[in-house]
Ligand binder design. Structure first.
Ligand code: ADP
Ligand code: MG
Length: 290
């Protein structure tokens, strides 16, 4: 590879908001045949909003929100922020919570008004022997919404449905990548039903759902071991190890500092189409070299 071609390529990238952190990444990117997208904050806007609150028999919707917001007020998770914003908008008085502990990939727990409470996903609640109303969750999840469950001790208080919209350019990006012969995957900590609904909207057929934050990197490794040349695209703290494990780590410029740090390429505008642009830039650069 001639240094001049690499320099020109890097410069062209920078002009269109594609920050390439070293010539070697530009040289490798043209060989990528597999792109793995994180869901929340990468394919979706990452600004989820509460759409429905369901409460169990004999429980007030307000009490579901009170417990959920009390815990989530101490969380930085986008789902937590959505719950707190909704509770505030609806004039819910948020009680204080103590001994709050967040459990990555599952949810958050703590004491509210002297009771042990938790807010989080199905897997976690099933493990804790909380009985789940599957019909309610099915309705939320098949619409692509994330169901956030709320419990006091082993008793389910209710569920909060949260929707996060696809970025407007996702469908076009996925189609172009597939036309380029690239295999497209979605990876998420969210449950299978929600993930499948979002993937379908995006045009993605390969889905890895219910992946714990600590397991994302191993999933990328396994694709590499199967002989794929993998670009991982993500935005969160959770994604950083997977970005590092990929042949090419691509971070959304809108993402967390850790993700930006470990990435090989940063898409400053945070739009998914930057992935197509980056791979094309690499191909063009390599053509000039040979
Ligand atoms: P993603 O991989 O889509 O970015 P995360 O790994 O951050 O998702 O979280 C995975 C799942 O864990 C979420 O979909 C949610 O069900 C649950 N979860 C994690 N943190 C919280 C929280 N603070 N409140 C409610 N649910 C949570
Ligand atoms: Mg994310």
């Amino acid at each position: 590879a001639t240094p001049t071609a690499i320099m020109v390529g890097t410069g062209l990238g920078a002009e269109s908001g594609i920050l390439v952190k070293g010539g070697e990444h530009l040289e490798l990117a043209h060989r990528v045949n597999t792109v793995v997208f994180d869901k929340t904050g990468t394919l979706t806007t990452g600004k989820p909003v509460v759409t429905d609150v369901w409460s169990a028999d004999g429980v007030e919707q307000d009490d579901v929100l009170k417990v959920a917001a009390a815990l989530e007020a101490q969380s930085e998770h986008p789902l937590g922020r959505a719950v707190v914003a909704y509770a505030k908008e609806h004039g819910v008085e948020i009680p204080s919570a103590s001994e709050v502990q967040s459990v990555p990939g599952y949810g958050i727990r703590g004491m509210v008004k002297g009771a042990r409470t938790r807010v989080g996903n199905r897997t976690w609640f099933v493990d804790a022997n909380v009985t789940i109303p599957d019909d309610v969750l099915a309705a939320f999840e098949s619409a692509g919404k994330t169901a956030v469950l709320v419990a006091q001790d082993e008793r389910l208080l209710g569920a909060i449905a949260i929707a996060d919209t696809l970025k407007s350019d996702v469908q076009g990006t996925v189609k172009e990548l597939q036309t380029m012969g690239i295999e497209v995957w979605m990876i998420t900590g969210d449950g299978a039903r929600t993930a499948e609904a979002i993937a379908k909207l995006a045009g993605i057929t390969n889905v890895m759902a219910g992946v714990l934050p600590a397991e994302k990197a191993a999933k990328v490794e396994s694709l590499r071991h199967a002989g794929r040349v993998v670009a991982m695209v993500g935005d969160g703290i959770n994604d950083a190890p997977a970005l590092a494990a990929a042949d090419i780590g691509i971070a959304m410029g809108t993402g967390t500092d850790v993700a930006l740090e470990v990435a090989d390429i940063v898409l400053m505008h945070g739009q998914t189409h930057g992935v197509v642009d980056a791979l094309r830039l690499s191909k063009a650069t390599m053509r000039k070299i040979r």
